[in-house]
Design a binder for this molecule. Structure first.
Ligand code: HEM
Length: 546
């Protein structure tokens, strides 16, 4: 038994191993570490919480009170009461597992040895195997609690509060401060976030909201297929697949924003946004390189990754601001008009729409890329899906079901955002461990999505697993909450419906038009550039079906 309580630490001599929380950081104190604690005298009492192993019951207090000089019984009771109020429990929690690390840098060198930040998902997967579903680790600039259990994911989303707080790369925050720019939904917090989020939910997530998305998604899918056909008929692999998918994903978002007048303005806007794809890609690439460094240090040292990150962000944001202002003038009937009808003023509209395009571009392009990779690497699954699609007309339930399974399966194995982040608003208990208010939590979707306890034959690409048997159970999914590619709760992806429409409709067009083969499937691995990307360009060879 262990007990959490808030202590007056002035005259404390530690006789047992203790955990002390100072300004949000929990540290271990061994026997007779009174001096260390006394060094903390300058801290305010409210900043210091003691998490002690043995002072669990009144009986234990008495027996250990001899070790705590100057504390009357009354004082113990008072401390106990504060502890109960702070944590709502008098049951004491075990220490969270943690790998051994060095002072200041923690386990940074272990991560570097394992391949660096691009291999974080595999490194963390290994740590979960060693330390369990909940553990903490400090790597250079980041200290986080890693969680891979679907039950705990749900608990975290329950505890996130009404205005959940996510975690964004330090480089992005610093960039916004440096340029004094206000950003869209992803960067907003508190009441401001909530008021805009409610509007976005109404427009993008309600049940019939995908009606205005279908036509632009279909048109963009057809354009992509026509472009790919030129390679298919020549028997050549599709060149620059990634850039083409970025353009496809940006085009859909722009078309949805403008509405029915899009065909009239398309060529002008696409010309303007031609270089957006590469800059968008670079924002992620360079901020990923900065993820293990303190961003301020990188900025002060003018490291190449920092200057390149800033140049890409400047380019992308400037071009998008100008484009969005131009699109407002079109007075179409798309999402921009809908947002204006909700009373959103131009400045807010611009920052929200700019970040929508940024959030949509990269994620959807990479998700599509992984889906094509998996289809192209699994011939028999592809043929099975094709046979089912052949018999289905338009967006029939069958077609939707078949394609949704393939999309879910692709996002399970290759989650575009392999770590979901949250900072809880109160001290909480996760996985049986104490998690302090505001501590960074990373939910490891890569691990949970490939865990045999959550999915049968977890490593196999099997869209069929997401269909249900006569009893209504998924055929190969033991725990659906183990795969949350769009997260869940109040802050989950606001573009989920659009992304789903875009991915499924394009997969359908691709499969109907071609046999897809990935010719370098054995060499392609998943790496992280903040989002998951292939380790080398995916080479698709397409054979026309007719
Ligand atoms: C397959 C494609 C996509 C994936 C996998 C994806 C995934 C995610 C994830 C994991 C989050 C974080 C949620 C959280 O922390 O709870 C997120 C947030 C967000 N996504 Fe997406 N997303 C995708 C497509 C899109 C699209 C197409 C849009 C634009 C319409 C979009 C707009 C956003 C925005 C604005 C946020 C921030 C929401 C907020 O903080 O309230 N996403 N997305």
């Amino acid at each position: 038994m262990q007990k959490i309580c808030v202590f007056h630490y002035h005259s404390l001599i530690v006789q047992e191993k203790m955990l002390l929380k100072v300004n949000g950081t929990i540290r271990n104190y061994g026997i007779n570490s009174s001096a260390k604690i006394l060094n903390l005298r300058s801290k305010k009492i409210s900043d210091v919480k003691l998490i002690s192993k043995y002072c669990a019951t009144k009986r234990n207090y008495r027996s250990c009170s001899g070790n705590v000089y100057g504390w009357s019984r009354k004082m113990w009771n008072e401390r106990e009461e504060i502890g109960r109020k702070s944590f709502g429990t008098s049951t004491i929690l075990p220490e969270m597992p943690e790998p051994r690390g060095l002072p200041l840098v923690g386990t940074t060198f272990s991560l570097i040895r394992a391949g660096g930040a691009t291999k974080l998902h595999e490194y963390v997967d290994q740590r979960h195997k060693e330390l369990g579903p909940v553990y903490r680790e400090r790597m250079m600039a980041v200290e986080a609690i890693f969680v891979s259990s679907p039950t705990e994911f749900r608990r975290i989303f329950r505890l996130e509060g009404s205005k959940p707080k996510n975690f964004l790369p330090h480089a992005w925050i610093l960039y916004n401060e440096m340029r004094k720019c206000e950003r869209g939904l992803l960067f907003m917090e508190g009441d401001e976030w909530l008021s805009f989020r409610r509007i976005m939910n109404k427009l993008l997530l309600k049940s019939d909201s995908d009606d205005f998305m279908i036509t632009p998604c279909k048109q963009a899918a057809e354009t992509l297929v026509e472009d790919f056909r030129t390679y298919a008929v020549k028997g050549l692999p599709v060149s620059e697949l990634e850039r083409k998918l970025y353009q496809w994903s940006i085009e859909v978002m722009l078309a949805i924003l403008v509405g029915s007048t899009w065909p009239r303005h398309k060529s002008e806007i696409l010309l303007r946004t031609e270089k957006l794809a590469i800059n968008l890609h670079n924002i992620f690439k360079y901020s990923a390189q900065l993820s293990l460094l303190p961003a301020k240090l990188a900025m002060n040292l003018k490291l190449p990754s920092w200057t390149k990150f800033v140049a890409s962000a400047d380019f992308a944001l400037n071009i998008l601001r100008v484009t969005v202002k131009e699109m407002i003038k079109f007075k179409g009937n798309g999402l921009i008009e809908m947002l204006m009808n909700e009373g959103i003023l131009e400045d807010d509209l611009v920052r929200i729409v700019v970040d929508l395009i940024l959030a949509a571009g990269d994620t959807t392009a990479h998700s599509m890329q992984w889906a094509l990779f998996l289809l192209g690497s699994n011939r028999s699954v592809q043929e099975e899906l094709f046979e089912k699609l052949k018999g289905a007309k338009g967006e029939s339930a069958v077609e939707k079901g078949v394609l949704k399974g393939a999309m879910k399966e692709s996002l399970r194995l290759y989650p575009t955002a392999p770590f979901l982040t949250r900072c809880l608003p109160e001290d909480s208990i996760v996985g049986g461990y104490h998690v302090g208010k505001g501590r960074l939590i990373l939910m490891s979707l890569y691990t949970s999505g490939r865990d045999g306890r959550n999915f049968t034959n977890a490593e196999t690409f099997s869209p069929e697993r997401w269909s249900r048997n006569e009893k209504g159970d998924y055929k190969g999914v033991l725990n659906p909450h183990a795969s949350l590619p769009f997260a869940m709760g109040a802050r989950a992806c606001v573009g989920q419906k659009l992304a789903e429409a875009q991915l499924t409709l394009t997969m359908a067009e691709m499969m109907k038009a071609f046999r897809i083969e990935c010719i370098n499937r054995d060499r392609v691995k998943m790496i992280l550039n903040l989002v998951s990307v292939p380790s080398e360009p995916i080479q698709l060879l397409l054979t026309p079906r007719c």
